[in-house]
Design a protein around this ligand. Sequence first.
Ligand code: URA
Length: 223
Amino acid sequence: MIRRIAKSKPNAAMTAAPFVPASRSLGRLRAAATHCEGCPLFRPATQTVFGAGSRGARLVLVGEQPGDQEDLAGKPFVGPAGRLLDELLSEAGIGRDDIYVTNAVKHFKWQQRGKRRLHAKPTAREVTACRPWLEAELESVQPAGVVCLGATAAQSLLGNKFRLTRQHGDLLENSEVSAAWIMATWHPSAVLRAPDRARRGELRKLVIADLAEARKRLDRRPK
Ligand code: URA
């Protein structure tokens, strides 16, 4: 059964909305996103990291925000989390070429530590500000399903009451989102950062099971 999510309250103060064109061509959206100044995160980032993948994808995966390597490459999930994501997808029987992958926030938020740029978690306002891009991408791709990777993506599309530990793998519906169902599971970085081998193995199994469930759902329903 698919459960319905309550409507979100837009925050007009800080938003990417004025930068999002009316066109739902992915090429036009991507080009326009390079100029986005909808929140302060565009300043320290190298570039906007827009989504990538198949424009006819039946499944969209949404991460949190680009990391250091993604910021430099301009493509989502090309660093360590992306390599693990490829492994998890393959174990769940999903080909990376069959999906569209993007992030809830399109700029890398970071803090300098010595020579390294360390990931900094985006605030709820920054996530909300960036949501018009995610909505436009979903309207363009029109997938059957969306899998949110981690709490930030889940809270962007499912609201801030969403809890991964309780609700991962559940099929949910949000009438504001262009997809028949939305599911959430852990982010590959949570697997990489697990405190020990046992927990890493446990999280890995849970993510693969959630992704496999999403694949089964796609197999059952035509787009
Ligand atoms: N983590 C994310 O959430 N997205 C990326 O693109 C890379 C790492």
